[in-house]
Write a protein that binds this ligand. Structure first.
Ligand code: ADE
Length: 268
């Protein structure tokens, strides 16, 4: 897409440096669609650093066998320290985040918090592990994208960058949409429909075609609630249980485990 000067932010809101062994993987993911446009518009600066460029031997090795024996190769200290320290000599970073399955789980609240930072380094390992001294000395935070193991930290770094960058002002066309996401509202998203109203006999709910905005709002809230109760009841813990489809002036209260629409009225 073409970017006009008027669209360009003079100073990016955030700079993310991704340090990894296979930058092509990350570049591919972060140069298209919304994140690619946010970079073009100057909302965020994302720079990729290839650890092989910081290797000291002529074969550009960045890994070695583990002390004590065992399978797999370990990412060495030298290239990582050399790359990260060069970056840190140029500016102050809020965090050096190592992507690892044994880190803190990436959640929407964590993405929200990270979106308030200015300079982040994301470090992606690509081997059995990385030398512990990198974690002890350089890393300030460790993040996992889920309880499964990928071949490297590149995709997790791209996932974290995507989750954070889309929250930056100006990154998304419709400023509302990030705020209304699943997890931001505390509920999963309600179902969405677009034309045609009847697709092979599958019809769009009447309420959405009726134009009564208050009713549509109540329906959406009820559907979001219903889906959350069915799929992620843990998200409702500690939340007041209110049936949005109940009468306008007298809201019904649901028992945990029941679904709006099949609710009991609280007589209290
Ligand atoms: N590297 C490999 N698997 C990972 C995961 N699940 N999260 C973060 N980094 C990883």
């Amino acid at each position: 897409m073409t970017t006009t000067n008027a669209m360009m932010n003079s100073t990016p809101l955030m700079r993310i440096d991704i340090v990894c062994a296979v930058p092509q993987v990350v570049e591919q993911v972060l140069s298209t669609s919304i994140i690619g446009r946010a970079r073009e518009k100057g909302v965020v600066e994302i720079l990729l650093h290839n650890l092989h460029d910081y290797a000291t031997d002529r074969y550009r090795h960045i890994d070695d066998t583990p002390f004590g024996g065992g399978a797999g190769m370990i990412l060495s200290c030298e290239p990582v320290f050399s790359c990260v320290e060069r970056l840190q000599s140029e500016r102050t970073y809020d965090d050096v985040i190592y992507m690892t399955p044994d880190g803190e789980q990436l959640t929407q609240p964590l993405a929200n918090r990270l979106s308030m930072k200015h300079n982040l380094i994301l470090l992606a390992g690509h081997y059995k592990g990385i030398d512990q001294r990198i974690r002890d000395v350089l890393v300030t935070r460790e993040v996992s994208i889920g309880d499964y193991v990928l071949t490297g930290g590149e995709l997790p770094a791209a996932v974290l960058a995507d989750a954070v960058v889309r929250l930056l002002p100006g990154a998304m066309g419709d400023a509302e949409s990030a705020l209304n996401d699943s997890f931001q509202t505390g509920l999963l998203d309600y179902p969405h429909y677009t034309r045609p109203a009847d697709f092979r006999g599958h019809v769009v709910p009447d309420v959405l075609q009726g134009g009564n905005h208050a009713e549509i709002e109540r329906w959406r809230e009820a559907e979001a609630y219903r889906k959350t109760l069915q799929r992620r009841p843990d998200m409702l813990e500690g939340r007041p249980v209110v049936d949005p489809l109940a009468a306008k002036n007298k809201r019904k209260r649901t028992k945990p485990g029941s679904v709006p629409g099949d609710t009991e009225v609280s007589h209290g």
